[in-house]
Structure formats: C-alpha cells, structure tokens
Design a protein around this ligand. Structure first.
Ligand code: 5GP
Ligand code: ZN
Length: 136
C-alpha cells in the first residue's frame, strides 16, 4: 500500500527505531510511547487489522511480540507489560496496518485499567448466547 505509514517504515522510506525484523515481521519503537520502550510489532505484508491477517501471520506476529515483550521488560526494567491490538476506529485504531502494541508498565505509572460495568439482569446469558451462535 503506497500511502500506508507502516508500509513506508517497513520499506525504509520513513525512518524508525528498528527493534527486530525477519521475512514476515517488523518491530519498531512507537513514535509516541505510553512509556519508553513501547514497541509496535507488525506483519510486513499490508493488512488492515486482525481479521485480514492469516493465521500464519498471527502466529508470527504474536510469537515475536512475546519475544519482544521479554526484551522490553528486561531492557527498560519494567514491572509488567501490556500486549494490545486496536481493531477498528471505535477501538482506537488510528493506523490501518495491523499492529500489536507491546507496552512496558511500571508500578504507579499513572495508567489505570478500563472501568468494568456489571451486566443487567439476564443480559449476561443473552450476550453469551449471541456470541456463541456467531462462532464460525
Ligand atoms: P493505533 O491507535 O492505530 O493502535 O496505534 C497506532 C500507533 O502508531 C500510535 O501509538 C502512534 O503513536 C504510532 N505511530 C503513528 N505514526 C507513527 C510513525 O510514523 N512512526 C512510529 N514509530 N509510530 C507511529
Ligand atoms: Zn501498510
């Protein structure tokens, strides 16, 4: 894809702090990190999101994300790590080239988890049923 920023980074047309590269995967520092060491792991082949990734790509990208997570934690001496993927605008996706966020976390770094909200009566079973019937 010619106008995709991550494709340009993979091709070396836009500079990046490369962390790792192989035939299928490219990993580099996020330009605007949640914490220093925040790394993005992407398939080299352009695809929009998780649904467009082949299972082989998912395997390669997530396996690499695990390896990078360990290196990030050791490298910046983090206390924990979040692995995340935004799929779709409503989920906060800004760059539409599939990518995994590897985010180092520190005790008392000021970030909080999402606020959960309880199901209303009967809703939980209904939601579970709707999801199960949509499994393919
Ligand atoms: P999203 O919200 O799509 O999951 O996250 C996209 C991420 O890509 C953001 O965290 C953003 O900081 C990062 N990003 C966007 N443009 C660039 C860029 O040109 N270089 C790098 N290294 N990261 C970028
Ligand atoms: Zn792309």
């Amino acid at each position: 894809m010619t106008d995709c920023i991550f494709c340009k980074i993979i091709k070396g047309e836009v500079p990046s702090s490369k962390i790792y590269e192989d035939d299928n995967v490219y990993a580099f520092l996020d330009i605007s990190p949640v914490n220093p060491g925040h790394t993005l792991v992407v398939p080299k082949q352009h695809c929009t999101d998780l649904y467009e990734m082949t299972n082989d790509e998912i395997n390669a990208v997530f396996t690499t994300a695990k390896r990078i997570a360990k290196a990030v934690v050791r490298g910046v001496q983090a206390d924990g790590v979040n692995i995340g993927m935004n799929n779709g605008k409503a989920a906060g996706q800004i760059v539409f080239h599939a990518h995994i966020h590897v985010i180092p976390r520190f005790m008392n770094d000021g970030y909080h988890h999402w606020h959960g909200k309880p199901y209303e009566g009967g809703q939980q079973a209904e939601v579970a049923k709707r999801i199960v019937t949509n499994l393919k």
